[in-house]
Design a binder for this molecule. Structure first.
Ligand code: XIL
Length: 315
């Protein structure tokens, strides 16, 4: 089959994957698919705060550099993930008072974004991740509880100052369809842009599950964000099924992948799709959702599944 990246590029879109650092370093089969099929990479964990700045102003860029170097060698774009999140952030940050927390956030963003600002592979960042509750209120995180909602605008301003060229994104899950959470995100993006806060992009994570149904208004939702003037993207796509895997479930899953690709193709402002991994050998799903799995387009032996064929055919 024609590689996904060739097909996507012909449509003006990226097709990417979340990279795990260990197989990227150690497994030829993983590397081969990574470089052949994809033209964009997100670090699954290597750019998160706990990986990059485990203690105050003590930095570890090994995993982040590994991924950026791989991307440069293979002519792939990198999406930085993620600067400000309530999860995978060290305790030393969580315990700070307001002034010190804001300073720590500024230092973290300035250093991490600044490191890759002149690297043309690094084209975008998730500046804030998962700031909403399901009902559309702001998530009760240590960020919000210490700083109030101003941490969001501040984070975008610090990121813009550190890399004026990167697309700056707000990212979340369960915002693929039109619902209370995605409408809160829509209202926030509209209000931030009205205040000249540099929000360029909205990320829909896309952690879908066949037992919950497909968000059939995905395209309509993307279109309303696009009308605000932002780029949209699917940032963490996977489609989990209830175990055991069957061919009937593979077929339903493949249709979900088709639907996501079609929605992105139908919306000019949709820059592309990142799959949260590519092989069932390395997926966060079984570790996170009991009795669920098999969410990705390659099986654990790197054989293509119907989901791969669906993406390839739709692109
Ligand atoms: C997940 C990774 O896949 C896991 O390896 C890690 O243990 C936890 O985080 N939303 C996000 C991602 O924005 O960063 C998360 O990634 C999945 C949910």
């Amino acid at each position: 089959a024609t590689p996904l990246r060739t097909l996507a590029a012909a449509k003006g879109k990226f097709i990417g994957f979340a990279a795990a650092t260990s197989p990227l370093a150690n497994e030829a089969a993983y590397r081969t698919i990574a470089q052949t099929e994809f033209n964009q990479i997100t670090a699954e964990n290597a750019m998160k705060w706990d990986a990059t700045e485990p203690s105050d102003n003590s930095w570890n860029f090994s995993g982040a550099d590994q991924i950026v170097n791989f991307a440069v060698a293979n002519n792939q774009a990198v999406h930085g993930h993620t600067l400000v999140w309530h999860s995978q952030t060290p305790g030393w940050v969580q315990g700070l008072g307001a002034t010190a927390m804001r300073t720590a956030m500024q230092d973290h963003i300035t250093t991490l974004v600044g490191r890759y600002a002149s690297n043309t592979a690094l084209q975008s960042w998730d500046v804030v991740n998962e700031v909403f509750e399901e009902n559309g209120s702001f998530r009760s995180s240590f960020w919000y509880n210490t700083l109030g909602q101003s941490f969001i605008a501040d984070a975008f301003r610090y990121a813009r100052a550190a890399d004026p060229d990167a697309k700056l994104c707000i990212n979340d899950y369960n915002v693929e369809g039109i619902n209370a959470k995605s409408t809160a995100m829509y209202n926030l993006v509209q209000s931030l842009r009205a205040q000249n806060v540099p929000v360029d992009c909205v990320g829909f994570q896309g952690h879908l599950a066949t037992q919950y149904g497909f968000p059939s208004d995905l395209q309509q939702n993307m279109a309303r964000f696009a009308a605000l003037g932002v780029q949209v993207r699917v940032t963490e796509l996977d489609v989990r099924i209830l175990t055991p895997r069957t061919s009937a479930k593979d077929t339903v899953q493949a249709q979900y992948y088709t639907n996501v690709v079609n929605a992105c193709l139908a919306v000019t402002a949709c820059a592309g799709i990142t799959i949260w991994g590519f092989t069932d050998k390395y997926s966060w799903v079984p570790d996170t959702f009991p009795s669920e799995g098999f969410a990705l387009p390659y099986d654990s032996s790197y054989a293509v599944k119907p989901a791969y064929t669906a993406i390839n055919t739709a692109l």
